[in-house]
Design a protein around this ligand. Structure first.
Ligand SMILES: NC(=O)c1ccc[n+]([C@@H]2O[C@H](COP(=O)([O-])OP(=O)(O)OC[C@H]3O[C@@H](n4cnc5c(N)ncnc54)[C@H](O)[C@@H]3O)[C@@H](O)[C@H]2O)c1
Length: 380
């Protein structure tokens, strides 16, 4: 099949700038795709660093203002890989300029921003996707298939956690490069939008919409020095966030995210319990799916730990040979491959901005519930 060039302009060269750039380069090497991503330009405010990034990853040019980037006629797609306070402004302007959009999560700092972004891409009719990359973990794609096949029967429980420990020190400043996540004017919220958003997107995908939530948030360290002002300032993010709730399918929800769970670096876990079967997964062993089927013969019934490396597992036949694992960076490669495949067919690739907005409706409800100390309905 003849491959068409798809010219990429990326905003941001941080953590996600690297995962995305790697994915654009690797996806067409491992998947047969109708488009070939061309790394046209990287945009960041620090020109020297942008140059170094461009050389390392093979970007053809650099820009220091995203407005110039989106005006360029030789760019087809804008990839927003910069902090949360930039997402709405860049994505809305890029959609108006007719560019396709990939945007990091959370889509907006809140649902109002995400809604404006959705309206912009829908008005411009441009293909769009949010980088909720964990949907492309092969073990979780397999779990989705098993759920869709009805193997679990009626679902009773869904529980999920995201545990980290990197903000425990009182001396850690807030705000500025690398620490923008602790400044709510940039991030929108703390762990609710940063971590819990991943758990929620996964849950909505696997188990359907969440109807209502009752939440609790906590800020353990009340004041931190701000990197940009040098002054001690109140901390306005949530350090920990948890909620109970109901899914529309009648199952119950139990969610928790924190950056104060000493010893845990990025422990994303989930478990789902149905009438016939249960499954659980965790990011530290992302190539395994734990599965229990009550319909197995009684003497042999028990939890299975399925090693997701065989060619009949999602995505795996594109990789090595059975028994050999893949990892975190592959989730982004799969997402690029799925986006380009869908683009070739004129179809949408989920999660779209509409799916991103659905997550923000839940995170808004979580924050409102915690603030108001009452149950909140989630907007449909
Ligand atoms: N999908 C995931 O698992 C995942 C993981 C980490 C981060 N994220 C999301 O990705 C986004 C970026 O996070 P990160 O960890 O890569 O952050 P980072 O701090 O490592 O990098 C941010 C980059 O954006 C640049 N930047 C900031 N403001 C800019 C502007 N106005 N114009 C151009 N460039 C600008 C910075 O210079 C830096 O290169 C955030 O929205 C975050 O929530 C998603």
């Amino acid at each position: 099949m003849a491959k068409k060039d798809l010219n990429i302009g990326i905003v941001g060269y941080g953590f996600m700038g690297r995962t995305h750039s790697n994915a654009f380069l690797q996806a067409p090497r491992f998947f047969d795709l109708p488009y070939r991503p061309v790394l046209k330009a990287v945009c960041a405010r620090n020109t020297e660093r942008a140059k170094g990034f461009a050389e390392n990853w093979g970007y053809q040019s650099i820009e220091s203002d995203w407005r110039t980037l989106i005006e360029r006629k030789d760019i087809d797609l804008i990839d927003v890989a910069s902090p949360n306070d930039t997402h709405a402004e860049i994505a809305i302007a890029a959609a108006k300029a007719g560019k396709m959009l990939l945007c990091e999560k959370p889509l907006g700092r809140n649902a109002a921003e995400a809604k404006a972004m959705l309206d912009a891409v829908e008005a411009a009719k441009v293909p769009n996707m949010v980088w909720y990359n964990y949907r492309r973990v092969p073990a979780l794609a397999l779990l989705k298939n098993l759920l869709d096949e009805g193997r679990f029967g009626r679902i009773f429980h869904y529980r999920s956690q995201f545990l980290q420990d990197w903000t425990i020190s009182q001396d850690l400043p807030q705000g500025g490069e690398g620490l923008w996540r602790l400044d709510s004017s940039v991030s929108g919220s703390g762990v609710t939008g940063d971590l819990l958003a991943h758990n929620i997107d996964m849950a909505l995908w696997l188990n359907g919409p969440i109807a209502e939530v009752s939440a609790m948030i906590e800020t353990f360290i009340k004041e931190r020095k701000h990197s940009l002002t040098g002054k001690m300032e109140p901390v306005t993010i949530d350090d920990a966030s948890s909620f109970i709730g109901h899914f529309r399918n009648g199952s119950t929800a139990l969610f928790e995210a924190t950056r104060y769970a000493r010893g845990h670096k990025a422990l994303f876990t989930l478990e789902i319990n149905g009438e016939y079967a249960s499954a659980r997964w965790d990011l530290h062993d992302l190539h395994r799916l734990e599965f229990f089927d009550h319909r197995d013969e009684g003497r042999l019934r028990g939890w299975k730990s399925i090693h997701i490396t065989d060619s009949d597992h999602p995505y795996m036949k594109q990789w090595w040979v059975p028994g050999l694992q893949i990892g975190y960076e592959h989730t982004f490669i799969h997402q690029v491959a799925d986006f380009l495949t869908a683009l070739g067919k004129g179809e949408e690739a989920a999660p779209t901005f509409r799916d991103g907005l659905a997550v923000d409706y839940v995170t808004d409800a979580v924050l409102d519930s915690a603030k108001n100390r009452q149950w909140e309905d989630v907007r449909a």
